[in-house]
Design a protein around this ligand. Structure first.
Ligand SMILES: [Zn+2]
Length: 271
């Protein structure tokens, strides 16, 4: 099966950010980054990407440790590779959607060949592509701990992007795995399940940690970011909330929105 393995290496763009920490990105217009953290006893895969390449094969080339898999939230671009695992851990508020999966009809962008920046692996069939549901075998709540042996990550419930979005905080190494709560790019606070006020509260909490954060690992865009970048986003959300940022109307797949543009990111809100 070595042919399949090298094909996975071609599909995924894998970067070892530091010993025991890999960013696994995908060459697609809907690019997303998953992360692998190696501990002494277990390795943790945070999010499973689009599900176009076999992320399990890619990860097993990097570590031989038993794998835990966490979904930061249930959006299709973070749960696509769940199919290669028997179950995942996630927040209760995301459980139903992870277990339901996503039907082919809702995955238009993943079946459009023009969106692929390199050819998808040979086994990928856009015409029938869907994301099957998998069981959530452990629900994660605020303050829960994910133990990898010599590495411990605390769950921070950070709703706003979605109701059950979580971040993972590795206090010892000062790493925040941020999911879609923090990233540079288009920040879709206009999604039907998004909540701008809850998002602000979550960002304020994370900004409170920012002086302690060494690396922020975002779900999209450039990686890693730093603690100061969390503050930048938090401050811009405050400007918007106080009416001190100028927005303009735009259209999104979820309907009309207001877009507020900062230097390195934009925030899209329901009008
Ligand atoms: Zn998302």
């Amino acid at each position: 099966m070595t042919g399949g393995v090298s094909e996975m290496q071609e599909w995924f763009d894998i970067e070892e950010l530091e010993p025991g920490l890999w960013a696994i990105s995908e060459p697609h217009a809907d690019s997303v980054t998953s992360y692998l953290l190696g501990g002494r006893e277990r390795a943790l895969l945070v999010d499973t990407g689009l599900g176009i390449g076999n992320i399990r094969e890619a990860v097993e080339e990097l570590t031989g440790l038993p794998l835990l898999v966490v979904n930061t939230h249930a959006h299709y671009d973070h749960i696509g590779g769940n199919r290669w695992f028997g179950g995942v851990w996630a927040h209760e508020a995301e459980r139903e959607r992870i277990q339901a999966g996503v039907p082919h009809e809702q995955l238009g962008a993943l079946t459009n060949r023009d969106a692929f920046l390199v050819d998808p692996p040979a086994g990928f069939d856009g015409a029938s592509f869907c994301i099957p549901g998998v069981p959530v075998t452990r629900t994660l709540a605020e303050g829960d701990v994910v133990e990898l042996g010599d590495r411990t990550l605390e769950v921070i419930h950070a709703p706003g992007h979605s109701p059950g979005s979580i971040c993972l905080w590795e206090r010892q190494r000062r790493i925040l795995v941020a999911g879609d709560v923090v990233y540079f790019g288009n920040i879709f606070a206009c999604l039907p399940e998004a909540d701008f006020s809850a998002y602000r509260v979550s960002l304020r909490r994370l900004a409170g940690l920012s002086a302690q954060i060494r690396l922020v690992l975002p779900g999209h865009g450039p990686t890693p970011l730093g603690g100061g970048d969390v503050c930048q986003i938090e401050e811009f959300f405050s400007l918007i909330a106080d009416g001190r940022a100028e927005g303009r109307s735009c259209r999104t797949p979820w309907g009309p929105a207001q877009v507020y543009t900062s230097e390195r990111f934009s925030v899209l809100l329901k009008p």
